[in-house]
Structures are given as structure tokens and as C-alpha cells.
Design a protein around this ligand. Structure first.
Ligand code: SF4
Ligand code: SF4
Length: 213
């Protein structure tokens, strides 16, 4: 199987290839090529919220949907499903960096070549073959004028040298903080690298509610 086969199966569930890397002995998953999957935009949120997991009233619909479809993609492509939640714990952040498609931003969040600070991973497929790895793009922050992420947090909770979770949660309880709750974290929204990756505000609101119930 090729990465293109995974990409095709993933796209039918509005997922996209977000990075490719070879497994290493420390990963504990054997040999092969890891294909990282993240939301394909536009269209991810309307697609996923129309699935049974979002209508059954049970908790964690996004994770349950991810587990179901990533396992199905793995079966279709002769690979093995790897998930970024539950056990065993998989090092998705480390894999993202090793793939060369994601980088450490000045605010220490991951920034992705296509999704910017909206990057997220819904799963990965381990293919048994050692496939060719594409050449990585340049670090997007090296050419980012003004680095707006550094000054975007209205509560100064997420800056270059710290993420003050208490300050963030306190701000989210205020009237002014409702903008973050409804539209998503201002730091993530400030990144020009994600401008061509139209994640819907409804999805950001879903994640914010989970982060700050
Ligand atoms: S705003 Fe600029 S510096 Fe900050 S993460 Fe995005 S690309 Fe990098
Ligand atoms: S959610 Fe709002 S307050 Fe919290 S870090 Fe992001 S911008 Fe700052």
C-alpha cells in the first residue's frame, strides 16, 4: 500500500495526511511508515457532526468517531491504527515534529505547515513498508512578519516563556473571554499560517467547551 491509498481512504472521512515518518525502535510499534491524519478543511466539522457518535448522547463523540474511522482506514489499507488518546499512549507530538511538517512555535504550541496553530491529529496509520518521506517545508515562523501569536492572548496567559493555565481559565470566565469560548483561542486564530485552513468556529467552540466546561 502507498500513502496515496491512505490519503484516498482518509479523504472519504474528511481526514488529510498531516505528516509521514518512519517508525523508530523507541516507538515500540515495529518497523514501517507512520502516516499522520488530521482534519481536512473545509468540511470536516459538518461531516463529523452528522455521524452517529454525535447523535447518541454518549461522551467523547469526536474520539469515538476517530477510533472508528481510523481503524476502518487501517483495515482498508492493510495498516495498523494508532490513536492519540486512550492507552497505550502514543507520542503524537514527537511524531509530528519528526515528520518535518510541524514545528515548535514561539508560544511553544505546535505549528503545522498547512494548518498553522489549528493543527490537530485524529489518528495515524502504520504501514508495514518503509516508504519514501517527502522533503519538509521551511519552518513557517522564520518568515512570519511580526510573529502575531506572541501578543495575541488578551490575558497574557500564553506567551513565549509560559502558558499560565489559571490565568487562561480565569479570563474565560469573564464576559470578554466569551470571544475565545465562541471563536477559539485568540493565539491560535492569530497565526497567518492557518489562514488557508478554514476550521469552523463551531469546532473551536466544541474544543473550548471541553477545555473550559
Ligand atoms: S503566528 Fe507566525 S510565528 Fe506564530 S506560530 Fe504562526 S507562523 Fe509561527
Ligand atoms: S484561550 Fe484565550 S485566554 Fe486562553 S490562551 Fe487562548 S487567547 Fe489566551
Amino acid at each position: 500500500m502507498m500513502v496515496e491509498d491512505v490519503a484516498k481512504a482518509a479523504l472519504s472521512e474528511r481526514l488529510d495526511v498531516f505528516g509521514i515518518l518512519h517508525a523508530e525502535p523507541d516507538d515500540g510499534i515495529g518497523e514501517g511508515t507512520i502516516v499522520l491524519l488530521g482534519p481536512a478543511e473545509p468540511g470536516f466539522w459538518p461531516h463529523v457532526t452528522a455521524t452517529p457518535e454525535f447523535g447518541d448522547g454518549e461522551p467523547d463523540p469526536l474520539d469515538r468517531w476517530s477510533a472508528r474511522v481510523v481503524k476502518r482506514i487501517a483495515t482498508t489499507t492493510g495498516g495498523r491504527a494508532l490513536l492519540p488518546f486512550g492507552t497505550p499512549v502514543r507520542p503524537f507530538t514527537r511524531w509530528a515534529l519528526r515528520s518535518g511538517q510541524a514545528f515548535v512555535s514561539p508560544v511553544l504550541l505546535l505549528v503545522h505547515a498547512r494548518a498553522g496553530l489549528f493543527v490537530s491529529y485524529r489518528g495515524a496509520i502504520l504501514l508495514p513498508e518503509l516508504l519514501e518521506i517527502p522533503k519538509p517545508p521551511p519552518h513557517p515562523c522564520d518568515s512570519c512578519e511580526g510573529r502575531p501569536c506572541l501578543a495575541a492572548c488578551p490575558a497574557s496567559a500564553l506567551v513565549s516563556d509560559r502558558y499560565d493555565l489559571s490565568a487562561c481559565h480565569a479570563y474565560l470566565d469573564t464576559n470578554a473571554g466569551q470571544t475565545c469560548m465562541v471563536r477559539g483561542c485568540a493565539v491560535r486564530r492569530s497565526c497567518p499560517q492557518g489562514r488557508n485552513y478554514p476550521r469552523m468556529e463551531m469546532q473551536s467552540a466544541h474544543h473550548m467547551k471541553a477545555f473550559h466546561p
